[in-house]
Design a protein around this ligand. Structure first.
Ligand code: NAD
Length: 247
């Protein structure tokens, strides 16, 4: 499989290159970065079998469009897209198969599954809070993974996130209501990615936590998604589809 890697010199790009080097049937044939001019060379999209994108929210819509024009599957892990960028990206899944995931680790996808189950079982009496921590160089907040966790909680509770979310708390906030979900983004050091979902009630508290200590977990997941998606029908797929964790 000849792969075009967008964001190749970034932290994730390097982890994916290293993992692909250990996988004989995969070759990173094209490396795209904001500093390179490979965009000008049509070969990077015409001659590859599949594109993997871990770059910037600004470039994913154009990458998705190029994939659709050239009939190439796309695996994208880039986060921080605006609603408009997301729409442009997802529109292309009418023409190509795409795995779009805020987190490619098997552990975090298990956390997604457990979070839904716990929210369903524990019910509306439990207060919901999400805490995430990442390295000091991360550019978006809250993390894409935390956003997915919030969407899962919002879905189970039937809450509109635009009304329900409380980003940190400061000053005289008043008492906590049942219809809010707290989200707290911590930044510092070289933390690869920590996520904790708290379900708190009077007299008891459940906490589900995942801590990533290496980017290899995301990289191997992205390569697994690439092998899975290459012969799929056009459509939007998640890592839950890849891992068979749906439902
Ligand atoms: P990084 O800053 O280390 O690397 C970003 C790369 O993208 C760089 O190589 C940069 O040159 C390239 N880039 C930026 N703008 C570009 C443009 N306009 N055109 C072409 N290339 C461009 O970031 P990172 O830590 O590697 O993370 C990259 C993305 O992946 C982020 O959105 C991050 O949140 C996300 N991420 C996702 C997962 C997941 O499992 N889904 C895991 C970790 C990180």
């Amino acid at each position: 499989m000849k792969i075009t890697l967008v964001g190749a010199s970034g932290r994730m790009g390097q982890a994916i290159s290293a993992c692909a080097a250990k996988t004989p049937e995969m070759e990173i044939a094209w490396r795209i970065d904001d500093a390179t001019s490979d965009f000008a060379n049509a070969g990077f999209i015409r001659d590859c079998d599949l594109v993997i994108d871990f770059s910037s929210h600004l470039i994913t819509p154009r990458i998705a469009e190029l994939c659709a024009e050239n009939n190439k599957p796309l695996v994208t892990g880039t986060t921080g897209h605006t609603a408009e960028e997301n729409k442009l990206i997802i529109d292309q899944t009418k023409k190509i198969p795409m795995v779009k995931a805020t987190n490619f680790s098997t552990g975090v996808n298990t956390l997604f599954w457990l979070t839904r189950k716990a929210a369903e079982i524990l019910g509306p009496d439990f207060d919901l809070e999400v805490i995430e921590m990442h390295h000091r160089l991360k550019k978006d907040a809250p993390s894409g993974t935390a956003t997915t966790l919030l969407e899962i909680l919002g879905n189970v509770r039937n809450l509109q996130l635009k009304d329900a979310l409380r980003h940190g708390r400061q000053g005289i906030t008043g008492e906590r209501t049942h219809n809010e979900i707290g989200i707290h983004a911590i930044r510092g050091g070289d933390v690869v990615g920590d996520h904790t979902v708290i379900f708190a009630n009077t007299g008891e508290r459940v906490e589900l936590a995942h801590k990533a200590t290496s980017r290899d977990t995301f990289a191997t997941g992205a390569l697994r998604a690439a092998q899975w998606v290459i012969n799929r029908e056009p459509g939007l797929y998640s890592m839950q589809d890849v891992l068979g964790l749906k439902a």
